[in-house]
Design a protein around this ligand. Structure first.
Ligand code: BV8
Ligand code: ZN
Length: 239
């Protein structure tokens, strides 16, 4: 394992757990999002073709929820880490709530898309979700009149910027994984890739994640409680 020092690059992967303390429901915890909906009905391209109104109502409700949520101390700790490390820090999130952007992170990859964007199924035109008429049952493109869809990577679709993420995994000495159950691939496989390239892997999670055999150091608990102190400790030798 490569030593950790003032030249080290750190890659952070986050999941729904980091947003839980901001009041956003996770997917697979008790009272999770998938309890109310079948994944196949609301988070697949086939589900969207079958019932676009159901899918839009699922995402509209989640988009509207983001308008009343704010970053929590877990998000702010990662902003502090980026401020200190600059381009030695990159953050890949599976979350679509936009809270890392709200916290001020710039070196950010939203690999599963964002509730704040949608795009046209016809011409690909991109829209801010806040700029379209969400009161109508279905939104259509002002350029070509085709149906708009959420800019969300559904099951069976390829996540964004996988090549860039692979490059970042290769050059990082530390992979920090926060608030993810390690259920969904390819994100759940990043820890194996990081280990293969000699990085140290650290996880902060309420429960032991599924891929915990690849985790060198596990901090059990809430991200908002653990990350601020963990980041301060790391900055004594990473900065
Ligand atoms: C792809 C958008 C091909 C939707 C999402 C069989 C085996 C292996 C893989 C597959 C398989 N069958 C199908 C697949 C592939 C599939 C997959 O992995 N399925 C799983 C379910 C088995 N993956 C795909 O389809 C992906 N695409 O494979 O394409 C390909 C790929 C590469 C190259 C070529 C071809 C697409 C996956 C993306 C799907 N879209 N999101 C939406 O958001 O509405 S995934 C969805 O799950 C969210 O993005 C979410 O982020 C993600 C993962 O969930 P988590 O974030 O981990 O959330 P979860 O609730 O599960 O866990 C929360 C954790 O937080 C818990 O552990 C909890 O303890 C912890 N926690 C709670 N509170 C706190 C906390 N931790 C800290 N502090 C707290 N306060
Ligand atoms: Zn269009």
């Amino acid at each position: 394992m490569k030593p950790l020092d003032r030249k080290s690059h750190i890659l952070v992967l986050t999941g729904a757990g980091i947003s839980a303390e901001s009041g956003i429901r996770t997917f697979r915890d008790v009272n999770g999002l998938w309890e109310d909906h079948r994944v196949e009905d609301v988070a697949t391209p086939e589900g969207f073709v079958r019932d676009p109104q159901l899918v839009w109502s699922f995402y509209k409700q989640r988009f509207q929820q983001t308008l009343t949520t704010a970053p929590n101390p877990g998000h702010l700790a990662l902003k502090k880490l980026e401020d200190a490390l600059g381009d030695r820090f990159w953050l890949v999130t599976q979350n679509v709530d936009g809270l890392h952007e709200d916290a001020g992170n710039k070196n950010l990859i939203e690999m599963h898309g964002s509730l704040h964007r949608c795009f046209c199924t016809g011409c690909g035109a991109i829209y801010q979700t806040s700029a379209i008429d969400l009161d109508s049952p279905l939104p259509f493109c002002s350029a070509c009149e085709m149906l708009l869809r959420p800019d969300i990577v559904w099951f069976g679709e390829i996540p964004y910027q996988l090549g860039r993420i692979e490059q970042l995994l290769k050059k990082s000495q530390l992979l920090l994984i926060v608030g993810t159950s390690g259920t969904v691939y390819p994100a759940a496989g990043f820890v194996m890739t990081a280990r293969y390239f000699g990085a140290k892997t650290v996880a902060v999670n309420l429960d032991p994640p599924h891929n915990s055999s690849f985790i060198d150091e596990f901090h059990q608990g809430k991200a908002g409680d653990i990350l601020p102190d963990l980041v301060d400790r790391w900055l004594t030798y990473l900065k």
